[in-house]
Design a protein. Structure first.
Length: 479
């Protein structure tokens, strides 16, 4: 008989018909002459109860139907007599696909997330990680749907690149060279003419630069794919391999960009509330009891739009009032997560879009604000800063800190080249990027959203390693 998914069975009221379900056993308990098997197939957080008359089935078969075992159950769909579900199956046939002995690592309830990370190949079968992965799928669907409905084109940028978008140098090198016998020049530098691409190449840290090329041809594009950062960061917020969503739009200014950032992220949160109710209810109960309230709160109010300079003033006033921070927050400092979360969670109590950051710690491609005679900057809504600032637009969220990093891009060839030279960057691999400023340059803007950080917020999880199936972190590339 054709298999029916458990998600469909639980909503089916056509009692009396014969059905077949297949899945993995969550629990098996024996009653008086009756066995109760809770079965899950991944299509829903919920299980369907399979009721088996013990006298009608081989005792050895029933003994092998243990937690984690994979079975098929055929029987009659009936109205459930127990609480919590409307339907159950009176079994007429049971088939064991794969037995599971008592060494199965996911049998115990209440295991720590750290323990489950060590068994990442099996943790996906648990209720928690099943819920996270279904939400992850739904967020991907929300992203593609949003951009499609708003006239954006899905644009594929390369994973292997010779350019460093962020200029930080934290890149994984890609090579076919024999690392035990490297060809070098007189200065000891590696010669790459015999390498596969004939030059030094790495895994991309961002598809933004190539995305800008797409935006200046198609008007509005978005990328959605893996990116790689070789940062030795063992924190709950960092991965070496993660997914990024990066839209780039021609003819956008700073106000347009902030409108898009807010509308997009609210759309994703609304999609989660509308399409992931059962999984969110489970996570709200088992992981974070304020999760659904926090998600609903994001939709209720407009995001605060806050110039960096004003944000620093708020933080320094908090310090004067006795608030303690681990890291300094003077003008010119790159704000730490604790500062961002204070602004969002304690001061404003809603998401913040911070704008107009100091040039010193922002990327070369950002558009610089107008300078004042004393060397300062006039930024968003006339905010005057004591030094040069860039038109950045970072979205800060409760519990997460920065969830989106965006900016208006510098479209002027001379200004952009001046910034590249000021930072003493290697121009060799950026010639193609600069061509967009030589031939038909236009105002444009874009942002990057770390997909896993979005999933962190939507699920209420505390560690980014728990919202991707197989995390890649320093000294960890298993599975």
């Amino acid at each position: 008989m054709k298999r029916t998914k458990i998600a469909d069975i639980l909503g089916d009221k056509e009692y009396g018909k014969e059905v077949t379900v297949m899945g993995w056993v969550r629990s098996h308990r024996g009653g008086k002459n009756v066995d109760f098997i809770a079965l899950n197939d991944g299509s829903t957080i919920k299980t369907v109860q399979v009721v088996a008359d013990s006298a009608k089935f081989d005792d050895e078969l029933l003994k092998q139907i243990t937690t984690g075992a994979c079975i098929s159950a055929t029987g009659t769909l009936v109205e459930s007599q127990g609480a919590g579900q409307s339907s159950e199956i009176q079994a007429t046939k049971l088939e064991l696909f794969g037995p599971c002995d008592n060494t199965y690592p996911m049998q115990k309830k209440g295991q720590s997330f750290e323990t489950m990370r060590k068994n990442a190949h099996m943790r996906l079968r648990t209720n928690t990680f099943g819920a996270i992965m279904r939400i992850r799928h739904n967020m991907a669907m929300a992203i593609h749907t949003y951009f499609h409905e708003h006239g954006f084109y899905y644009f594929n940028t390369p994973l292997i690149t010779a350019s460093d978008c962020e200029g930080a140098g934290n890149m994984f090198q890609v090579t076919t060279k024999n690392l035990y016998d490297l060809k070098k020049d007189e200065e000891g530098k590696i010669i790459y003419d015999d390498d596969f691409f004939g030059e030094q190449t790495s895994l991309t840290v961002s598809g933004q630069l190539e995305g800008e090329l797409g935006a200046t041809a198609l008007g509005a594009i978005y990328t959605f794919g893996p990116t790689f950062r070789a940062e030795n960061s063992n924190t709950p917020r960092h991965l070496a391999e993660f997914w990024m969503i990066e839209p780039e739009m021609a003819f956008y200014d700073q106000e347009d960009l902030m409108d898009l950032e807010e509308d997009f992220i609210k759309y994703c949160v609304r999609w989660a509330l509308d399409h992931c109710k059962d999984d969110l209810d489970f996570l709200n109960k088992m992981v974070d009891k304020t999760l659904i309230e926090r998600l609903q709160g994001v939709l209720k109010e407009n995001f605060v739009r806050l110039p960096y300079t004003e944000g620093i003033n708020i933080l320094q006033e908090a310090i004067r009032q006795g608030r303690k921070f681990e890291f300094p927050c003077n003008w010119g400092d790159d704000l730490a997560s604790e500062h961002e979360r204070y602004l969002v969670e304690e001061h404003f109590r809603r998401p913040v879009i911070m704008t107009d950051y100091p040039r010193a710690f922002k990327s070369f491609y950002m558009k610089q604000n107008e300078t004042t005679p004393d060397g300062g900057s006039v930024g968003y809504k006339g905010a005057v800063a004591p030094g040069p600032t860039m038109q950045g637009t970072d979205v800060l969220f409760p519990q997460i800190g920065e969830i989106i990093g965006g900016s208006v891009r510098e479209e002027d060839y001379g200004k952009l080249m001046g910034e590249i030279k000021r930072r003493q960057m290697d121009e060799t691999h950026l010639w193609w990027y600069m061509d967009t400023r030589r031939w038909g340059s236009c105002p444009h803007a874009g942002f990057g959203l770390g997909f896993e950080r979005l999933i962190l917020f939507v699920t209420g999880m505390q560690n980014i390693r728990d919202v991707i199936p197989f995390p890649r972190t320093p000294k960890n590339a298993e599975f």
